[in-house]
Design a protein around this ligand. Sequence first.
Ligand SMILES: [Zn+2]
Length: 177
Amino acid sequence: MKDIESPQFPEIKFCQNCGSPVQAALDAEGKKRMICPACGRVHYKNPIPAVAIFVQNGDGELLLVKRKFLPQAGKWALPSGYMEIFMSPEDNAIAELREETGFEGEIERFIGWYFGYSPIYERVLSLGFRLRVTGGTLQAGDDAADAKFFSLDELPPIAFAAHRKFIHLETGLELDF
Ligand SMILES: [Zn+2]
């Protein structure tokens, strides 16, 4: 495991609970974390969970969105997003599909997970879901530059390793870009 002994969240200077300056200290388990000496709040650093959505149309083509925002702006990827705290992973996946592509969908199955790196959050735990489209009209949402189906033998470079893994698990394709 990567330096659990080093202070986590060194960029956090003040307590998120009471506003006092925090300092690196050992928690009850002896792990070094950023802890508030005033109120005792421990500032944990955890992987950020995200969902990715795999959808194929009747011709076996794969639904991709062109990313509008960082990271990987301008590249193609599965519809995806960071999880909202008040929604289940499944509901997050359905909501992301709707927001990015205009499609209504339902969960077909859980594909798997991928533990990857993020330039922003350091570590991201991505959950892949295969969805079936049940309605709606394909239209790129506000946070996507484009959305369309691609033939599996004409896929563009896929932005994220997590998405390449989910595509591989569902199609057998080896995507090495
Ligand atoms: Zn505090």
